[in-house]
Design a protein around this ligand. Structure first.
Ligand code: UTP
Length: 499
């Protein structure tokens, strides 16, 4: 089929490609079968060619220098134990405030589910991954249960509550995500309380030359633009306007890979909205680091200078080990507050960011193996080493734009069991499906024992059974005391039980 005139490269576009150092795309267009030319040309036209040279200079040909906060110190946080003499606080007060926000329908759930999940290696959107320790419920189903549970808890017969759920996908997994919900009848939620929107993408770049990579002869290689892309996608997609129409004031942000997240936590919401050191714009949850070398982002603050007291997350790779190993007099780690990527973000703050002139979060560079087409020979390649750079934005960089921000400690064994890595054949890999299932059982066992259920334990102390506690039954130990679900007095040794 001959190429239509509209599928020809205009002299202007050819010159812009040349100027941006991307002439290979003109060659790719000459070589692609005529039937695919219009498709490839559309993608070339969508590239921000004017921005590319600076991105290549700053992130591909060099690595951006990271400046630690001035006189960096650990960020203060609200300790999990509110009676801790280190920083006592009134948990009941903040719980009541948060419950009130939930009851009055001011809170939306928001999951970022646009990632590629390459470490797990699961075919399909990660939210479809079977995560439940007994039922094998997919992650999306577990979160739907959590929302239904919160509706049961905070709504009433007289005041039925519908908590909207926003799901950020990427263009690469959007359709598969929506059809998964449709096939599963929205897991018992109402169709119109679930909103999907795709995030933006960035072209993936050749690690040595900065040229835009090709995934196939007709396809530019792209990657989702990071969870930080959510802050612009919320606005651009109309989700933010939808929230305003529904009277939502706060967004409960979480990641798709953690089935034990307490995704509508009244205490956290209360602290975010009313703690004296919170501007109620963006707040964060932390867990105590497992060891000095654990690879998690750390909550830090500037101890001096114009940004004194401002909280930010410093990536583990950016904080020198000499800091990470520092200890307090009692031996605990000084830089102890690890991020679990759980935030409350106000609708007003996201709106403000998107109306501020020139708002953008910085990019972070990730080196990846990106299969596709060799840019010189146009032959297919499967690289053995990293050949590409992906540019992503991180949501936590928005903390730097917040006036005053709080961090709230939670227990990792209660709220943090991400599924990031694939299982290994002979060991329990960290952050894997198996480690997640083990944490689910241990957590359920502790919570159930707390309300008097007898749990069989092995001589080593581990539960000798498998338990899955739905977040509809309880989203935290506190809920279990008043759950509507009839609990057994004891669980049999070797049992598999879903409650
Ligand atoms: P990860 O950093 O674990 O990345 O995402 P990932 O892409 O899911 O997995 P790998 O690194 O390829 O193995 C943390 C959270 O941020 C979301 C993910 O879906 C997950 O919930 N995310 C990440 C996005 O929504 N968009 C992105 O562009 C990147």
């Amino acid at each position: 089929m001959p190429a239509t005139p509209s599928a020809q490269l205009s002299p202007d576009l050819a010159a812009r490609l040349q100027h941006a150092g991307q002439q290979h795309l003109a060659r790719a267009l000459e070589r692609v079968p005529p039937a695919d030319r219009a498709h490839l040309l559309r993608q070339i036209k969508a590239l921000d060619l004017e921005c590319l040279p600076a991105l290549v200079r700053d992130y591909v040909k060099s690595k951006p220098a990271f400046a630690l906060p001035e006189a960096v110190e650990p960020a203060p946080y609200y300790p999990r134990d509110s009676s801790s003499p280190r920083r006592p606080w009134d948990e009941q007060h903040f719980r009541a405030l948060g419950e009130n926000l939930l009851r009055s329908g001011k809170v939306a759930a928001f999951v970022v589910a646009g990632g590629q999940g390459s470490r797990l290696g699961f075919e399909g959107p990660k939210g479809c991954y079977p995560a439940g320790a007994v039922t094998g419920k997919p992650l999306f189903h577990v979160f739907a249960d959590a929302i239904l549970g919160a509706q049961d808890r905070y709504g009433s017969a007289a005041n039925r509550l519908t908590i909207p759920w926003y799901i950020m996908t990427s263009p690469l997994n959007h359709d598969a995500t929506v059809s998964f919900f449709e096939t599963n009848h929205f897991f018992g939620l109402q169709r119109d309380q679930v909103m999907f929107f795709p995030q933006g993408v960035m072209p993936s770049l050749c690690i040595s030359t900065g040229r835009v990579l090709l995934a196939s002869p007709r396809e530019i290689a792209t990657n989702p633009d990071g969870h930080g892309g959510s802050l612009t996608a919320l606005h651009a997609s109309g989700a933010l306007a939808d929230m305003q129409r529904r009277g939502i004031s706060d967004i409960s942000y979480f990641q798709v890979d953690n089935p034990v997240v307490n995704l509508l936590d009244p205490v956290f919401l209360g602290l975010h909205s009313a703690a004296p050191d919170s501007s109620a714009q963006m707040s964060s949850k932390m867990v105590a680091k497992a060891s000095a070398s654990e690879k998690v982002g750390l909550f830090c603050a500037a101890g001096a200078g114009p940004r004194k007291g401002k909280i930010e997350i410093v990536e583990y790779s950016d904080l020198p080990m000499s800091y990470q190993q520092q200890t307090n007099p009692d031996g605990s780690l000084k830089f102890n507050a690890g991020s679990i990527a759980v935030h409350i973000i106000s609708v007003a703050f996201v709106k403000q960011l998107n109306t501020d002139d020139g708002f953008s979060l910085p990019y972070h560079r990730a080196e990846k193996k990106i299969p596709g087409i060799d840019l010189d020979t146009f032959e297919p390649i499967t690289p053995a080493a990293s050949n590409g750079v992906k540019l992503e934005r991180f949501v936590f960089d928005a903390l730097q734009m917040v006036d005053k921000s709080i961090v709230y400690e939670t227990d990792r064994t209660d709220e943090f069991a991400p599924i990031k890595n694939a299982d290994e054949p002979h060991a329990v890999a960290s952050d894997s499906p198996t480690s997640c299932r083990l944490i689910q059982t241990r957590r359920a066992a502790r919570w159930l024992e707390h309300v008097g259920v007898a749990i069989p334990r092995s001589p080593a102390g581990d539960p000798d059974c498998i338990i899955e506690l739905s977040p509809r039954t309880a989203s935290c130990a506190h809920d279990l005391a008043s759950t509507h679900v009839k609990l057994p007095k004891a669980i049999d040794r070797g049992a598999r039980i879903a409650l």
